[in-house]
Design a protein around this ligand. Structure first.
Ligand code: GTP
Length: 272
């Protein structure tokens, strides 16, 4: 997933791979000599051409020719240099895109999500701030794939990621956690707020008017919610609790939210 796209090869200026191989094989000095030699030959050829065309070899003509050559060569090499800078920037952006985003849904991938959330989670833990984790799983997704095909399943995953993202605040972090499972980290969110977000996502997905080849495809998700507790010593503990809550939601018949919140004694789960 994080391998650079093959498009990069196509987008590279045509001379770049060749010149890159040359410098790698022969070394920097050989590259520099090749570059200087090319510039020198271009300048010589061009000035000779101009002098021949103008038919005179006096000082004024020589100065004009030198200026024209300098201008042209600076333009050519300036353009090549700028293309190189632009290409390098595009490459950096694509590599970063591939390293952080899930290619199907454009939500964060699991690895990047865990990196981001680990930092946020540690801060919340240290400063005693609220935060919560939601795990969301598409209901009977295998059936969708089997009935309508994998392309339909893929589009459904994209739609679910889209509507979930629209439901969240800027600071919330959404990721595709695995096959048909998504994770959402909610910083500065108390247990009731987390339940509210989970319920809103569930409703938005349920209301998705999703069809494939003119056939309606009913969609629902189950969500497990866990809020940061004193006994969560690592991020894994928080994720584990969200996973247990998700399991309860599935066991309760799906299309619902279950939570491990520790809201008050005797108030540890929530049903849609
Ligand atoms: N189209 C598509 N299918 C995927 C992708 N990743 C995983 N799947 C499929 O998702 C299905 C998950 O099926 P199950 O784990 O049985 O879950 P489910 O059918 O949703 O059942 P419940 O979770 O119990 O409601 C499997 O058939 C996987 O092949 C993907 O990227 N695209």
């Amino acid at each position: 997933m994080s391998t650079p796209s093959p498009d990069l090869e196509h987008d590279a200026p045509a001379w770049l791979p060749w010149f890159g191989h040359f410098v790698t094989r022969r070394g920097l000095w050989a590259g520099l000599i090749l570059l200087c030699g090319t510039v020198w030959l271009m300048a010589l050829g061009l000035s000779q051409l101009l002098i021949t065309l103008m038919g005179r070899g006096d000082r004024l003509v020589a100065t004009l020719c030198a200026s024209a050559c300098a201008l042209l060569i600076t333009g050519v090499f300036g353009y090549l240099f700028l293309r190189l800078v632009q290409f390098q920037d595009q490459t950096r952006q694509r590599v970063s895109h591939h390293a952080t985003l899930d290619p199907l849904t454009s939500a964060f991938n699991r690895r990047h999500f865990l990196q981001l959330v680990d930092r946020e989670w540690s801060r919340a833990k240290r400063y005693n701030m609220d935060c919560a984790m939601l795990l969301m799983d598409v209901d009977h997704f295998k059936r969708v794939n089997d009935t309508h095909g994998h392309l339909c399943g893929d589009r459904l995953l994209r739609e679910i990621a889209r509507v979930s993202g629209e439901t969240l605040r800027q600071a919330d972090v959404l990721a595709r956690f695995g096959g048909e499972e998504f994770a959402v980290f909610l910083p500065h969110t108390d247990p009731l707020g987390a339940l509210d977000v989970a319920e809103r996502i569930r409703e938005r997905v349920e209301q998705l008017d999703f069809s494939w080849e003119e056939r309606d495809v009913p969609v629902s998700v189950s969500l497990g919610v866990a809020s940061l507790q004193y006994e969560h010593l690592t991020l894994d503990h928080l994720i584990h609790d969200a996973d247990e809550a998700l399991y309860s939601a599935k066991a309760a018949g799906r299309n619902c939210v279950r939570a491990k919140l520790g809201l008050q004694p005797g108030h540890s789960s929530y049903a849609h």
